[in-house]
Ligand binder design. Structure first.
Ligand SMILES: [Zn+2]
Ligand SMILES: [Zn+2]
Length: 72
C-alpha cells in the first residue's frame, strides 16, 4: 500500500510537516487527508487517518486472498 498526503484542494503534499500534520513551510496549507492505493491496482481509498486506511487495506487484502482461494 502506498499513501500520498494531500492538501485540502487535493494537490499532493510533499512538504515536511510536524508530527501532528501542521505545515512547516510557507507554501504548504497543511495535510488534509491521505490517498492510499494498493500495489494490485484494484483498491484505493482516501481518509484523514492513516491507521484507518491501513485497516481498510488489510480487509481488501483478505478479500483478495479469499477470491484467489475460491477461484482455485
Ligand atoms: Zn504541503
Ligand atoms: Zn490489492
Amino acid at each position: 500500500m502506498s499513501t500520498t498526503a494531500r492538501h485540502a484542494d487535493g494537490t499532493p503534499c510533499t512538504h515536511r510537516v510536524t508530527p501532528s500534520g501542521k505545515p512547516t513551510e510557507v507554501d504548504c496549507s497543511g495535510r488534509h487527508d491521505y490517498a492510499a492505493t494498493c500495489a494490485c491496482g484494484g483498491w484505493e481509498s482516501t481518509g484523514t487517518v492513516k491507521a484507518a486506511l491501513r485497516y481498510s487495506h488489510d480487509s481488501h487484502r483478505r478479500e483478495a486472498e479469499r477470491a484467489e482461494t475460491s477461484r482455485a
